[in-house]
Design a protein around this ligand. Structure first.
Ligand code: AMP
Ligand code: MG
Length: 426
């Protein structure tokens, strides 16, 4: 079997990631659908949502207490006449407050015209129709002015936002019980390898059950896509090509295995025969070095428009992810996720890492950026992180004991205990 005819294009992690982000940012928007707000969490908003009125719509008291004119409290204790009580949601707008007067007021109630602050009830004592106030106050205290949070018509949530609980609350606050979201992209998953068997088959002594299709399906769903699992491809070019062509009918094709330097690693060779364009055929990372990213002209690979999309995408993108299960998971996170998110209509976001103190020292070889399975532990502000002992990138059990990855830059050979290290969650 000849070696893959593709030119080796191994990039640094940052360069490879930049290439992916660059292509992701140029993808045309996909189709939209309507979702009920109750089932819209995690979906990507496909329409801008604006304030349908000022927020808050009236000057809002943030405390239970007394609405006053702060100038009336220049001499303490001050005694003011209580003109009435304003609770949240009064039927009529409160009447104006004059010098020497106060209104008893509740949290969330409209502050009457003329009042410029609200004294907390803790600093007051009411006797009949008057209240004694023991503490001065600055103008504006305990009031959120009308429109201070958002002006009528201003943008609250932009198109391309993933709807978290705060965005859902904001949409609810402007009465959007139904909203436009992006249709989930269909992501084909093609696992390769003669040794790989499906879960319902009894594996022979040297066969391996297909776990990558399932970890990828989980990651795809979590990232906002719909996985489409293809049959396992053997290490045989004709059938592999058939399945790749089938996979290219989806919005994105993820392949696993068959991208290393082995004699039966045929994925790149078959894609090259299909006139694929390769953006990289490796990244200086561990695990996941042989990761491949490219595209084929979709006219040459069976054009298939995304349902409802304005025009068929001119290219279909693919990733060849390394077959070792931890490499598959890591390379999905680092490279496939931004592409999937863009196809899902999400605005690009930068990859950022948290930092934690290293529990025990690490020694590695330089030259590769490493994403090593690790455990973040410790309570409150005392979090610490340590590597999970593992047998390399095939060790799914070790990965499942981990809850994050420690990120080690390529120039670091040794990191001492108690040093701060970058951590990638999940
Ligand atoms: P490859 O990248 O094809 O050289 O595969 C690297 C390693 O990953 C080999 O040990 C494969 O058996 C294993 N592997 C490949 N595909 C899968 C899969 N779908 N599920 C579990 N292990 C796999
Ligand atoms: Mg293989």
């Amino acid at each position: 079997m000849p070696a893959p005819p593709t030119r080796s294009l191994v990039l640094t992690f940052e360069d490879a990631r930049r290439v992916v982000e660059d292509h992701a940012s140029r993808l045309a928007p996909g189709a939209q659908e309507t979702a009920d707000l109750l089932h819209a969490a995690g979906r990507i908003l496909a329409e801008p949502i604006a304030a349908d009125r000022d927020i808050p719509p009236f000057p809002r008291s943030t405390r239970d207490g007394y609405a006053v004119r702060s100038a009336d409290l220049s001499k303490l204790p001050a005694k003011l006449a209580v003109m009435g009580e304003i609770k949240a949601g009064p039927l009529q707008a409160p009447s104006a407050l004059n010098q020497g007067e106060a209104f008893s007021i509740m949290t969330g109630a409209p502050v009457p015209p003329g009042a410029d602050s609200v004294v907390m009830v803790e600093y007051t004592s009411q006797h009949g129709d008057s209240v004694e106030i023991a503490k001065g106050i600055a103008p504006g205290e305990n009031i959120v002015h009308q429109g201070a949070e958002a002006k009528h018509g201003s943008l609250l949530i932009g198109r391309g936002t993933r709807l978290d609980e705060a965005a859902i609350a904001l949409a609810a606050s402007v009465g959007k019980s139904r909203l436009q979201v992006s249709v989930r992209p269909r992501i084909a998953v093609l696992t390769t390898g003669d040794e790989i068997v499906e879960l319902d088959a009894a594996p022979g002594p040297t066969q391996i059950r297909n776990s990558n299709s399932y970890s990828l399906a989980a990651q795809i769903q979590e990232a906002g896509g719909d996985p489409v699992l293809l049959p396992i491809a053997p290490d045989e070019p004709r059938r592999l090509r058939q399945l790749i062509e089938q996979g290219l009918q989806s919005d994105l094709l993820l392949m696993t295995g068959g991208v290393s330097m082995g004699r039966y690693d045929l994925v790149e060779q078959v894609l090259a025969e299909m006139q694929a364009e390769f953006f990289f055929t490796g990244a200086k990372i561990q695990p996941g070095r042989p990761v491949v990213f490219g595209r084929v002209d979709s006219c040459g690979a069976g054009t298939h428009a995304r349902a409802g999309a304005s025009a068929p995408a001119p290219y279909k993108y693919f990733f060849g992810l390394p077959g070792n299960p931890v490499s598959t998971m890591v390379t999905f996170e680092l490279f496939a996720r931004p592409m999937l998110e863009a196809l899902a209509g999400m605005s690009p976001r930068q990859l950022s890492f948290l930092h934690a103190r290293l529990k025990s020292g690490i020694r590695v070889k330089t030259g590769l950026k490493r994403f090593l399975p690790a455990i973040l532990s410790g309570a409150y502000e005392e979090s610490q992180v340590e590597l999970v002992p593992w047998q390399g990138s095939g060790d799914i059990a070790a990965r499942s004991r981990a809850n994050c990855y420690i990120v080690i830059p390529p120039d670091r050979e040794q990191i001492l205990a108690a040093e701060w290290v970058a951590v990638m969650l999940r």
